[in-house]
Design a protein around this ligand. Structure first.
Ligand SMILES: Nc1ncnc2c1ncn2[C@@H]1O[C@H](COP(=O)(O)OP(=O)(O)O)[C@@H](O)[C@H]1O
Ligand SMILES: [Mg+2]
Length: 270
């Protein structure tokens, strides 16, 4: 979605604005046609979610997005019996609804979810393409319009939160990373409404800060944070204050690291 509603991007009508890095749109479309599940890997804020909503709109498929978290269980995806007016009725979860109706089910940050989630997606990700609902005794066959897309961030330091090879190897995978400078400048300008000449130093700063990843920082500045920063500046905030709020404070809580980041920022943006 555009941060600034006045900005008209090339296809601002229905399809969310997305600048491709390579052939990922073609790959997505082919995977969909051949009924193959898709895995998107990459750091946070680099366009994975935007890509999925763009493709769903382009292919005119309903999209159901689930942001996975550490309490999310298989039943949250498949459904459960609920008490309604004295009766227990089965209520489909988002995955079951997608399988019944066709469309894309997108499990964002799948590694965050409980282990039993892998068990329900396995039979959907091989040639059976089925979803057994243990509680109701049903076995749903996914229609050809159904596609499972999952994402995860392999950069996380947490060794416990990684995808098992037995799960990973069931997907076609696309690696995402931050786009080359010119494309990132164009995205940030289009999303925020800030002129490109003012976006350029912010992207230069982001590159410097990303170079610190692994030393002092766990994660580099995301495209999302750059869009936030540019939006603040476009709305009249001083660049210094916008940089502090959008590019430095979200990255670290450590005062020494923060001071070092400020030095980098001062050297790049006067
Ligand atoms: N390739 C891209 N084309 C258009 N906008 C992008 C792109 N990559 C990132 N963005 C911008 O960055 C923001 C964050 O991207 P998002 O898809 O939410 O990241 P992720 O899902 O990888 O964490 C988007 O809302 C959009 O403004
Ligand atoms: Mg996302």
């Amino acid at each position: 979605m555009n941060a600034n509603p006045q900005v008209k991007t090339a296809d601002a009508g229905q399809v969310p604005h997305y600048v491709p890095a390579g052939n990922e749109c073609e790959l997505f479309e082919t995977a969909w046609k051949r009924q193959l599940p898709l895995l998107l890997k990459g750091p946070t804020g680099c366009g994975k979610t935007r890509f999925v909503s763009h493709m769903a709109e382009r292919l005119e498929l309903p999209l159901s997005t689930v942001s996975c978290h550490d309490d999310l269980t298989a039943a949250d995806l498949t459904g459960r019996f609920l008490l309604k007016g004295g009766e227990t009725v089965w209520v489909d979860g988002p995955l079951t609804r997608s399988v019944r109706g066709g469309g894309i089910c997108y499990l964002d940050e799948i590694v965050e979810a409980r282990k039993d989630v892998a068990v329900v997606i396995h039979p959907l990700t091989d040639d059976r393409r089925i979803l057994p609902l243990e509680r109701t005794g049903e076995v749903l066959e996914a229609p050809s319009e159904f596609m499972l897309v999952v994402s995860y961030n392999p950069g996380y330091q947490n060794i416990l939160k990684t995808l098992k090879p037995s799960t990973k190897q069931r997907f076609i995978a696309i690696e995402f990373d931050f786009l080359p400078r010119e494309q990132e400048v164009a995205i940030v300008a289009a999303e925020s409404g800030l002129a490109e000449r003012h976006v350029v130093p912010l992207v230069t700063l982001a590159h410097r800060l990303r170079a610190l990843k692994g030393h002092d920082l766990e994660e580099g500045v995301s495209t999302r944070l750059l869009v936030y920063c540019a939006s603040l500046i476009e709305s009249g905030l001083k660049p210094r204050d916008a940089i502090r709020a959008a590019l430095i404070e979200p990255l670290t809580d450590d005062p020494d690291v923060r001071a070092a980041l400020f030095e980098v920022a001062n050297a790049v943006v006067a």
